[in-house]
Design a protein around this ligand. Structure first.
Ligand SMILES: [Zn+2]
Ligand SMILES: [Zn+2]
Length: 91
C-alpha cells in the first residue's frame, strides 16, 4: 500500500497502484504525488507510530503503539504525518 495525494482536490488515498483518476471530482489523468511513508520514531520512547483516524469527522493523527503518545491531528494523512515528524525534530 502507498499513499497518494491527488492534485485535483488534495485528497489523500491509500491504494496499491498509482491512481489515474479521482472518483470525487470525476477527473481523469490527474497528477498524483506519492507520499513519503516514513514516520519518525516516537519522541518519547522511540516506538513505532500507528495511524489513527476518525474519518467521519476527517480527523487524522498518529499515535505511538508503545506508549500512546500522540501527535496533533490534521485534516488528512499528510498533515498528521507532518505534525508527527515535526514534533520529533523539535526534541
Ligand atoms: Zn479530486
Ligand atoms: Zn512512544
Amino acid at each position: 500500500m502507498a499513499k497518494y495525494k491527488l492534485s485535483c482536490c488534495g485528497k489523500v488515498v491509500d491504494v496499491d497502484n498509482k491512481p489515474k483518476w479521482c472518483l470525487a471530482c470525476a477527473e481523469h489523468n490527474i497528477e498524483v504525488t506519492e507520499l513519503d511513508d516514513v514516520l519518525s520514531p516516537c519522541p518519547f520512547c522511540g516506538g513505532k507510530a500507528g495511524a489513527e483516524c476518525l474519518s467521519s469527522i476527517s480527523l487524522y493523527w498518529y499515535e505511538c503503539e508503545t506508549c500512546g503518545g500522540a501527535s496533533g491531528s490534521g485534516e488528512d494523512w499528510v498533515e498528521a504525518q507532518r505534525k508527527w515528524n515535526m514534533r520529533d525534530e523539535s526534541i
